[in-house]
Design a protein around this ligand. Sequence first.
Ligand code: DGL
Length: 271
Amino acid sequence: MGPIGVFDSGYGGLTVLKEIVRELPQYSYLYLGDNARAPYGSRSFETVYQYTLQCVEWFFSQGCPLVILACNTASAKALRNIQQKDLPRIAPEKRVLGVIRPTAEVIGQYTHTNKVGIVGTSGTVQSQSYPLEIAKSYPKIQVYQEACPMWVPLIENNEYNNPGADYFVQHHIQHLLEQDKEIDTLLLACTHYPLLMEKLKQFTPKGITIVSQGEIVAKSLADYLHRHPEMAANCLQDPGIRFYTTDSTKDFDSKAAIFWGSNVQSIHAAF
Ligand code: DGL
């Protein structure tokens, strides 16, 4: 038995972990932010895959039976390879899950016009993972995408609440919505973006529903553990969270507190 691993390139996954802990408080969790190499959003497929695989192997070395990639970029660029190529070789009894499929599976519940706008990192948008996954569950939904490469740096540098952020938020929302006047759902396909919620609400017309992933992923994990009692039995039920970062713990603790909402004390993860 071991803790459930939750991974992100940096801080964004904390917005997902928060909802997971709310939904499943009985388990023990390990969070890893690969802050030393973030952001992942503009890196190549091969680089994101290699970095993510190293982090997944680190979780396994810590005894995690199950790892959630709480990062859309890693889910888009690394998950399939890890599940199909690496897991059978390195840890056939362990599981790695992402955030894209669970989100795609429920997005139809939010839209009435069947027109969904997606904002994400360049990596997530270019991978076409969302249009492909949504088409499997909802073939009638039309998906419109917009890459927002400045949003993660604005958030990571604590500039997201400042007036300087307005331009970048408004610019991308406008650009996305111009593609089709009937878009009624805006999916935040990056785990960092919930921090921009106030600005997003300010620049998104009232009738459009803004969807963030934390709760969706948490509910989907609860459902997964319910359907896989053999995996649930491997997940340690000893409430608690340990936070790890590949970069400075001092920096992590001060910035993570913003995403987490209270103080965090991290440990340095050395590979
Ligand atoms: N939070 C990550 C995601 O959900 C992206 C952050 C990054 O660019 O590293 O896509």
